[in-house]
Ligand binder design. Structure first.
Ligand code: GAP
Length: 465
C-alpha cells in the first residue's frame, strides 16, 4: 500500500512534525515549506544515503560545495540568462496566471473551476517568456536596478560544478572518467508552484556531473539510468510506482543529447494512469556543452572567442592518446524534496487493530527512519522503571538514534512511533526490574519479543542492518 494522494501526506506531515507551511503565522508564503524535527532528520538521511553511495562507496566521484551566489557571467554563459524561462499566459476572465505548456495540469481559480485553458470561459493572452531566476544585488549599491551589482540565486547546483572542473581535476589528480557531486539549495521563481513540496521556489538538489570521453557517454548514461532506479528501490520505493520517461526531441534542453526522467506515481488518485506519474529526477547526456561554454578557447568561424570573459580553458588532455578535448557530461539530477515526498508516499500504510481502529504505519527503511528506537516506560510514576528506560536510551544512543518518551499511555506511544516510522519500540515494565529484560515491538508486524538487556544493543543493531 502507499498513500492515496499527496493531501494524506500533507496532513501527516503537519500532524507529526515532518513539514509545516512556511511563514504560517503571517498567512504563509505561496508554496514555501519548513521542515520540522522529523522532516529535517529524514531529509538528512536521504542526503547521507546519496552521498555515501556516490562519493564514499564508489572510487570515481569527488564532493563539492559551491556558492549559491556566483559571478553573473556564470549564468550568462550557461545560457540561463537567455533561455531559462517559462511561457507565461494570463487569463483575462479569471485573472489566473499559468504556464502555457502546463495548462491542462492547473485548475482555473474561477468557481466552478475547470481546467485552465480547456474551460470555455478562458480568455488567454499571448505567451510572454518569464525568466525563472531570482535576482539580487551584491554589495552596497545605490540603486536597486544597478546592473553592475546584479546577481542571481542559483537555479541549479550543476553550474558550480562545471566552473570548478579544473580545480577539482588538478587537486584530486583524477583522470577521466570521474564525477563531481554536490548537494545544495536551488531557487526558481516558478510560475505555478504547488502540490506541497513537489514544486517549490526554494528547493534542494543532489546533482552529480560525470565527466567522460565522448565515445563512452552513451554507455555510462545507460548505467546511471539503471543504477538510480536501484537506489530508489534501496530507499524503499516500490518498482510499481516508478517508471522511465524518454524525453522527446522537442522536450530536450538545448544542451542535451538524450534525457531520461525517472517518474514517480505522485498522483495515484488520477483516473488516467499516465497522468499519475510525474518527474522525480532527470538523467541527461549534456555532451561537451558546459565545459566548452565556460572556456576561454573556443572560437567562432571568424576567430572570435565564444566566451570573452572566462580566464580558463576547461578542456582535458589525455596523456595516453596525446589528445585534448572537452569531456562529455552525464548528469543525474535529483530533488531532495521530491525524493522525500516519494519516500513518504510509498512508506504510508494503514492497518486495522483488533478494536477495528485504523492506524497509520510509515514503513520507512531503517536507514531513513528519523528515529530508530523509542524507549517507553510502562509506568511513568515508577522511578525505577523511568531510570532504567532513560539509562537504556543512553546506552543505545551512540549506536542508533534513540528517544525516550513517556508522554502518554503505551497504546498512544506505539501509535505515534508507528506513524513517524520508528522501526522498534523498547518497553520497560515492572518485570524488567526482576528479569533484566525488555519487550521489543516491531513496527510493521506489531510482534513483540522479550530480549535480555545485555543482548539488546546487538539484537537491535542486527535487525536495523
Ligand atoms: N541541472 C539539471 C537540472 O537542474 P532539472 O530537471 O531542472 O535539472 C533536477 O532539476 C531535479 O530537481 C528535478 O528532477 C526535481 O527533482 C528537482 N526540481 C526541479 N525544480 C524543482 C522545483 N521547483 N521544486 C522542487 N524540486 C525541483
Amino acid at each position: 500500500m502507499s498513500a492515496p494522494n499527496i493531501e494524506t501526506i500533507v496532513s501527516l506531515s503537519k500532524r507529526r512534525g515532518f513539514v509545516f507551511p512556511a511563514s504560517e503565522i503571517y498567512g504563509g508564503l505561496g508554496s514555501s515549506w519548513d521542515y520540522g524535527s522529523l522532516g529535517v532528520e529524514l531529509a538528512n538521511n536521504v542526503k547521507q544515503s546519496w552521498w555515501r553511495w556516490l562519493v564514499h562507496e564508489r572510487d570515481d566521484i569527488e564532493g563539492l560545495d559551491s556558492s549559491i551566489i556566483q559571478n553573473r557571467q556564470v549564468w550568462k554563459y550557461s545560457g540561463h540568462e537567455t533561455t531559462f524561462s517559462d511561457p507565461l499566459v494570463d487569463c483575462r476572465a479569471c485573472k489566473g496566471r499559468f504556464r502555457q505548456d502546463k495548462l491542462l495540469d492547473v485548475t482555473c481559480p474561477k468557481e466552478p473551476s475547470a481546467n485552465a485553458g480547456s474551460g470555455k470561459e478562458c480568455d488567454l493572452t499571448e505567451p510572454k517568456q518569464f525568466n525563472l531566476m531570482f535576482k539580487t544585488t551584491v554589495g552596497a549599491v545605490s540603486a536597486e536596478d544597478d546592473e553592475t551589482a546584479l546577481a542571481y540565486l542559483r537555479p541549479e547546483t550543476a553550474q558550480g560544478i562545471f566552473i570548478n572542473f579544473a580545480n577539482v581535476l588538478n587537486t584530486s589528480r583524477r583522470k577521466l572518467p570521474f564525477g563531481i557531486a554536490q548537494i545544495g539549495k536551488a531557487f526558481r521563481n516558478e510560475v505555478t508552484p504547488g502540490n506541497f513540496i513537489f514544486r517549490t521556489r526554494e528547493f534542494e538538489q543532489m546533482e552529480m556531473e560525470y565527466f567522460c570521453r565522448p565515445e563512452d557517454a552513451q554507455k555510462i548514461h545507460q548505467e546511471f539510468i539503471d543504477e538510480f532506479q536501484g537506489w530508489f528501490h534501496s530507499l524503499g520505493i516500490s518498482a510499481a510506482n516508478l517508471k522511465l520517461y524518454e524525453q522527446t526531441k522537442e522536450e530536450l534542453a538545448h544542451y542535451a543529447e538524450r534525457t531520461v526522467d525517472i517518474l514517480y506515481r505522485f498522483f495515484p488518485e488520477r483516473d488516467d494512469e499516465e497522468k499519475q506519474f510525474d518527474e522525480l529526477m532527470g538523467i541527461a547526456n549534456r555532451k561537451d556543452f558546459d565545459l566548452m561554454a565556460h572556456s576561454k578557447k573556443p572560437e567562432d568561424a571568424t576567430g572570435k572567442r565564444l566566451n570573452a570573459d572566462s580566464t580558463e580553458d576547461l578542456s582535458y588532455f589525455d596523456e595516453a592518446t596525446k589528445q585534448r578535448f572537452y569531456p562529455y557530461v552525464i548528469e543525474p539530477a535529483v530533488g531532495v524534496n521530491r525524493t522525500l515526498l516519494a519516500i513518504l508516499m510509498d512508506a504510508y500504510t494503514e492497518k486495522t487493530n483488533d478494536k477495528g481502529e485504523t492506524r497509520v504505519i510509515l514503513k520507512l527503511t531503517p536507514e531513513l527512519a528519523p528515529i530508530k528506537v523509542a524507549v517507553l516506560p510502562l509506568a511513568k510514576n515508577k522511578p525505577e522503571i523511568v531510570a532504567m528506560a532513560k539509562d537504556l536510551k543512553k546506552q543505545l544512543l551512540p549506536a542508533m538514534r534513540t528517544v525516550y518518551d513517556d508522554t502518554g499511555g503505551i497504546g498512544k506511544l506505539y501509535a505515534r512511533q508507528d506513524e513517524i516510522g520508528t522501526p522498534f519500540c523498547v518497553t520497560v515494565d515492572h518485570e524488567s526490574l526482576e528479569d533484566e529484560a525488555v519487550t521489543v515491538r516491531d513496527r510493521d508486524t506489531w510482534d513483540q519479543e522479550r530480549i535480555k538487556i545485555a543482548e539488546l544493543k546487538e539484537h537491535l543493531r542486527k535487525k536495523l542492518d
